[in-house]
Design a protein around this ligand. Structure first.
Ligand code: C5P
Length: 227
């Protein structure tokens, strides 16, 4: 099934989430938001009172993760963890930062590997993350590495959080994005980097639809699809 996988990797705020969602919808393919799994492990660990540095505790949370991804009445996302609605907390910047700490733990990454690969059992998957093309789906038929300048990524993140009614501060976000990039790129397991065969797209100054169109035209070249 790996030939019908599009892996979209890149740093925080590069637009991967929105672009992956739109590409999946246009192709009628499934979506794997792998960042949400790391965010859920961080929230699950906090709910159990785990120390942020407790690797085996977080790996246990990852192994037994009871997560459900649903669509709400307005067509947006609703995410349940152990049956409780965590949609709002999931997208908070503090949760993203906690996720990047647990994501550096090899046992947590190993525990989530099978769950992520299971998404590819049926044909047609858009996988969004940091290591989709390098580790989780190394045989993906199309690999895209999406970047944008750090300033633009901080601005996009700011607008996204404001739209969701979540607290945001532009200067603080710039700092946090740089710190998260550093942690995600420097870790020993599955560091953030483009796969050797990835197409790098710099989306600075591009609209979302321009980038979606680029990914769809690459998909048309690689797969027998008619988006
Ligand atoms: O993409 P998102 O901001 O939701 O990801 C949250 C954090 O989860 C990232 O900063 C990164 O540390 C981690 N992550 C990862 N590998 C992935 C997806 C996310 O390490 N495939």
């Amino acid at each position: 099934m790996s030939d019908t996988i599009i892996a979209i990797d890149g740093p925080s705020g590069s637009g991967k989430g929105t672009i992956s969602r739109r590409v999946a919808a246009r192709l009628g393919w499934r979506l794997l938001d792998s960042g949400a799994l790391y965010r859920l492990v961080a929230l699950g660990g906090a709910a159990r009172g785990l120390d942020p540095s407790d690797e085996s505790g977080h790996a246990q949370v990852a192994t037994t993760l009871d997560a459900r991804f649903e669509v709400n009445e307005r067509g947006g996302e609703r995410v349940l963890l152990d049956g409780a609605d965590v949609t709002r907390e999931l997208r908070a910047e503090t949760t993203g930062n906690m996720a990047s700490v647990v994501a550096a733990m090899p046992a947590v990454r190993a525990a989530l590997l099978g769950r992520q690969r299971a998404y590819a059992e049926a044909a047609g998957l858009v996988a969004d993350g940091r290591d989709m093309g390098t580790v989780v789906f190394p045989d993906a038929g199309l690999k895209v590495f999406l970047t944008a300048s750090a300033d633009e990524r901080a601005r996009r993140r700011y607008n996204q959080l404001k739209e969701k009614g979540l607290p945001a501060n532009l200067a603080g976000l710039s700092q946090e994005i740089l710190e998260r990039d550093r942690r995600d790129s420097a870790r020993s397991v599955a560091p953030l980097r483009p796969a050797a065969d990835a197409v790098v797209i710099d989306s600075t100054g591009c609209t979302i639809e321009e980038v979606v169109a680029q990914v769809l035209s690459l998909a048309r070249l690689r797969f027998p699809v008619n988006p």
